[in-house]
Design a protein around this ligand. Structure first.
Ligand SMILES: Cc1ncc(COP(=O)(O)O)c(C=O)c1O
Length: 351
């Protein structure tokens, strides 16, 4: 043993066995964290909020969560998202309603009422200066101890982060596979809690098979959902079909799609819209198939388990529905204008 530090399997400096592990001072820790972030060209997380700190954090090195937080070591936390597009937050109210429903199912009480949560998220987005990306926010049982029960945690904590992302409308078709990773039981699938290991394994399973994602089918042979998306079909009779939400997450985007789809019925393009149980065989016989989720908002699927969906090309009705959702995100009524400070300065300079 020469006592020198070695290169770890991850390509980062590690320590050979027998080397003394340093005890770091607070100053050294802050320096190390700042050094890690100083090499990152574009900061992907332009702002964070933590009720633990009671404010907005702009320095990525300080975007931290306590190790004894029960969301970290027991998975006692729920989360939700929202998209930031062209300086607007899309469908924030719908996401926050689902967030609070998830929290109540997970027996976590929010430290703030909905309007305060909303206000914090809007102010954090404004401070981030980010105009295209997404929000991710969590309600945690909070820090306290390392026990199983969260009864020793004095206060639940609200965390939120802005993630810069240059996403755009998805028009190219992808391949999917039927998941063999078991799906979550209904209580856990219907609340957006942080226990996403089945979802992680389901997407890894798809990636190993060169597919974009996998599709869960429940025990009774009905289509469920993807690992972080809902799934929808166009039948050969030109009906839009979505699996019932009883055992899966009620997607905010799927609900919006259902509200917008009648526009295509009025135009005579779609024949109807149905939310019901869909057997695997019926789904496999559909004309078109798509994923539906916040950041897509709609993704055409052209191949499933190695076989073409419909004619194997991106479906016309899928694209028409995608346009409806995208237009709604760009100019629809479900948007909140973010009050960026620069905009105020710009407005004042024009007066
Ligand atoms: C398991 C699961 N299903 C469906 C969805 C789609 O929901 P939304 O449209 O609200 O993004 C998500 C994403 O949050 C998810 O994680």
């Amino acid at each position: 043993m020469d006592g020198s530090s070695s290169q770890s399997a991850y390509g980062k400096p590690g320590f050979s066995a027998g080397v003394r592990v340093p005890v770091c001072s607070t100053t050294q820790l802050i320096e190390k964290l700042q050094l890690k972030w100083s090499t990152v060209k574009e900061q992907p997380y332009p702002a964070m909020y933590s009720s633990y700190f009671g404010g907005i954090i702009l320095d990525p090195a300080m975007m931290l969560v306590p190790i004894d937080d029960h969301m970290v070591h027991r998975g006692h936390g729920v989360f939700d998202t929202a998209v930031i597009l062209n300086g607007y937050l899309y469908e924030l109210d719908t996401h926050l309603d689902r967030f609070l429903k998830s929290a109540s199912k997970a027996k976590i009480s929010s430290p703030f009422p909905k309007e305060t949560l909303k206000n914090i998220l809007i102010q954090m987005t404004a401070a981030s200066k980010c105009r295209r990306g997404s929000l991710r926010y969590w309600l945690s049982a909070g820090p306290g101890d390392f026990l199983l029960s969260s009864s020793g945690c004095p206060e639940p904590v609200f965390y939120a982060v802005v993630i810069a992302d240059n996403f755009s409308q998805r028009k190219e078709g992808v391949k999917v596979v039927t998941a063999s990773t078991p799906m979550k039981p209904p209580l856990f699938a219907t609340m957006k809690n942080v226990n996403y290991l089945p979802n992680v394994l389901a997407i890894m399973e798809a990636e190993e098979k060169n597919a974009f994602a996998s599709v869960w089918v429940d025990e009774s042979g009905h289509i469920a959902e993807g690992p972080n998306v809902n799934v929808a079909f166009i039948s050969k009779k030109k009906e839009l079909l979505l699996p019932a939400f009883d055992n899966i997450l009620t997607g905010c985007t799927a609900k919006r799609l259902l509200a917008l789809a009648p526009k295509l019925i009025e135009k005579g393009l779609l024949k109807g819209v149905e939310i019901r149980n869909i057997k695997l065989e019926e789904a496999k016989d559909s004309a078109e198939m798509m994923f539906v989720g916040s950041t897509l908002p709609l993704l055409p699927i052209i191949e499933w388990d190695g076989k073409p969906v419909g004619n194997g090309k991106v479906g016309e009705l899928t694209l028409a529905l995608s346009d409806l959702l995208w237009e709604d995100m760009i100019s629809g009524p479900e948007r909140i204008c973010v009050p960026y400070e620069d905009d105020g300065a710009l407005l004042r300079s024009k007066l």
